[in-house]
Design a protein around this ligand. Structure first.
Ligand SMILES: [Fe+2]
Ligand SMILES: [Fe+2]
Length: 196
């Protein structure tokens, strides 16, 4: 297990002050959620602290880093290289910091678009990223109102807002987001298969 001080130093050295502040706030929110749901709060805190370690790289650097790690950008990632910060960050954490915990790595990979079958740690990092108190994203108050208890409803609310935002700006929605939406919609509201 990588020491907390090494994780802090790893993130601090690689992100802007604003991103670092967001990472620490996400870590606190994720740790609180983990405590509430009986999950190891130190692992949740560490994963959340690390989630945006590649967020301060510009598009060109992200593409270069992706290449270095053998990541083939998807069509959507080529159009919006910022999305690569999730997969590139996960590789940095694995290969440069030496984190071997697969759930930590998976949480970092899934934090931007979401994914099917997200483990509870990935779910709470995804929600904490949106709901942490220093970032006032659209609808964040409604998401916060569902927490800490209703984690999956909060997750559904976040992925719905993210998909709506991409659609409203005329962008391409990542298939992973749609897959997460469908999974949650089936589980939470039983609306699967409705076409009208
Ligand atoms: Fe991010
Ligand atoms: Fe973030």
């Amino acid at each position: 297990m990588v020491a907390y001080r090494d994780i802090v130093a790893f993130v601090r050295d690689r992100v802007t002050e604003a991103v670092y502040a967001h990472c620490t706030a996400t870590a606190e929110t994720a740790a609180d959620l983990a405590n509430h749901h009986g999950i190891d709060s130190r692992r949740a805190r560490d994963a959340a602290l690390l989630h945006d370690v590649a967020r301060s790289l510009d598009d060109a650097a992200l593409i270069k880093e992706a290449e270095r790690f053998g990541i083939a950008p998807s069509l959507i990632e080529r159009q919006a290289p910022v999305l690569l910060h999730a997969r590139v960050g996960a590789k940095m954490v694995e290969q440069e910091l030496g984190v071997t915990d697969s759930e930590t790595v998976a949480a970092i990979v899934a934090h931007t678009t979401g994914a099917r079958h997200m483990h509870v740690m990935a779910r709470l990092v995804f929600v904490a990223d949106y709901a942490e108190p220093t970032r006032n994203l659209p609808g964040a108050d409604e998401v916060r109102a569902l927490l800490p208890e209703r984690l999956d409803e909060a997750l559904l609310s976040v992925v719905r807002r993210k998909i709506a935002h991409v659609m409203q700006s005329g962008g391409v929605v990542a298939p992973a987001s749609i897959e997460l939406w469908n999974e949650l919609a089936q589980t939470l509201s039983g609306t699967a298969g409705q076409t009208s």
